[in-house]
Design a protein around this ligand. Structure first.
Ligand code: PLP
Length: 372
């Protein structure tokens, strides 16, 4: 192990900004001079570039990832009383949007290795009210859309992908966001493809769905000042689109670097009781987060904090046990894999320019704490 090298941030957005500053500011200046600030050329170009990158027919920029999900649920015709199967192991927004449209989130336990929705447990929870499955590619690891897709086909359910944490990840050569009816992305700054502010995107190859979404996200207007639905004001900002275009060009390299950091971590932990994140062999992980499991999680976190090393607990409470969903009547023990994960996980620093010495420093503190 290397000598102590000082603090390690959880992620380093300021350093990344410095690298992109000149290029982004040039793009902002050009956008300003064009005088087109809403639905301008950067948004259109970014939509075309992301559609090509993801392998879909349409991409629609929206204000954030939460809106992307709400807009897709509404455009797909999901409504009050419908049941939507999803994972309890995700950021709150994935289930919040289901409640927002008056539908019911039905939580199904996760796979212990990938933290993703476990397809083997989905069918038992399908009822006559079930209308959709909403898998989340958690931490950047693609969910098993082949198995979920087959179940959905058998039961005539929509598949709506929450890709917020997984831009650029793929499974069997298909990018996430291209296999379901639609994919919903977030450009929150900490994401694999992150803006410097809020932003989101919807991917789909369904022309009708894309048209409905374009109306819905622009106040339900089918043409200027003619409204056939009550919609939303949800648009990707021209300034964010200018940045995201620059970052998209560097994305594959950034994901490769994240995978390199993950492989350094794996190699340091391989002989230890630390459980490292696993990725199905047919998938390419985007490593938005690097989340390990250890029964000594709390002492490990305290030691990292003492050593000025960033970390995060994603997630301390699975969604089926959140008080806001207590009316759904899940109990402690209902979804044991997610509940055990909540007691054991800790996410370690990961960002594209993380140095091997920084990984060594993090591992040294973790392994010292668990007595390895
Ligand atoms: C899994 C997941 N879904 C949805 C969202 C919501 O995205 P946003 O913050 O852009 O609304 C996030 C991120 O914040 C997320 O991690």
């Amino acid at each position: 192990m290397s000598k102590a090298i000082g603090p390690v941030p959880y992620l380093d957005l300021a350093a990344e900004f410095k690298e992109l500053e000149a290029e982004w500011f040039d793009a902002i200046r050009a956008a300003g001079r064009s005088g087109r600030f809403i639905h301008g050329p950067n948004v259109s170009a970014f939509e075309q570039e992301t559609a090509r990158y993801l392998g879909v027919e349409h991409a629609i920029g929206v204000a954030n990832g939460t809106d992307a999900l709400v807009l897709v649920l509404r455009a797909a015709g999901l409504k009050r009383g419908d049941e939507i199967i999803t994972t309890p192991w995700t950021f709150f927004a994935s289930a919040e949007v289901i409640a927002h449209i008056g539908a019911v989130p039905v939580f199904v336990d996760i796979d212990p290795d990938t933290f993703n929705l476990n397809p083997q447990q989905v069918e038992a929870r399908i009822t006559s009210r079930t209308k959709a499955i909403l898998p989340v590619h958690i931490f950047g690891c693609p969910a098993n859309l082949s198995d979920l897709g087959e179940i959905a086909l058998r039961h005539r359910l929509e598949v709506i992908e929450d890709c917020a944490q997984a831009f650029g990840a793929s499974r069997n050569g298909e990018k996430v966001g291209s296999a379901g009816r639609a994919g919903c992305f977030s450009f929150y700054p900490t994401k694999v493809l992150g803006g410097y502010g809020d932003g989101g995107l919807i991917s789909t190859s369904d022309k009708q769905l894309a048209t409905t979404i374009r109306h819905l996200c622009n106040h339900g207007a089918a043409s200027p000042f003619i409204h056939d639905q009550v919609g939303h004001n949800s648009r990707l900002d021209e300034i964010q689109a200018a940045l995201l275009r620059i970052k998209l060009r560097k994305l594959d390299q950034a994901i490769a670097k994240r995978n390199q950091v993950a492989s350094w971590y794996h190699s340091r932990f391989i002989e230890s009781p630390v459980v490292t994140p696993s990725c199905p062999f047919e998938a390419e992980h985007a490593y938005n987060l690097y989340t390990i499991r250890t029964p000594d999680r709390d002492p490990v976190r305290a030691a990292l904090t003492d050593a000025k090393i960033g970390s995060s607990i994603c997630y301390p409470q699975p969604l089926h046990l959140q008080t806001v969903f207590s009316h759904l009547n899940y109990q402690a023990g209902s979804l044991p894999v997610a509940e055990t994960a909540a007691d054991e996980v800790i996410s370690l620093p990961i960002f594209p320019d993380m140095a091997e010495e920084q990984v060594d420093r993090v591992c040294q503190v973790v392994l010292d704490t668990i007595g390895q």
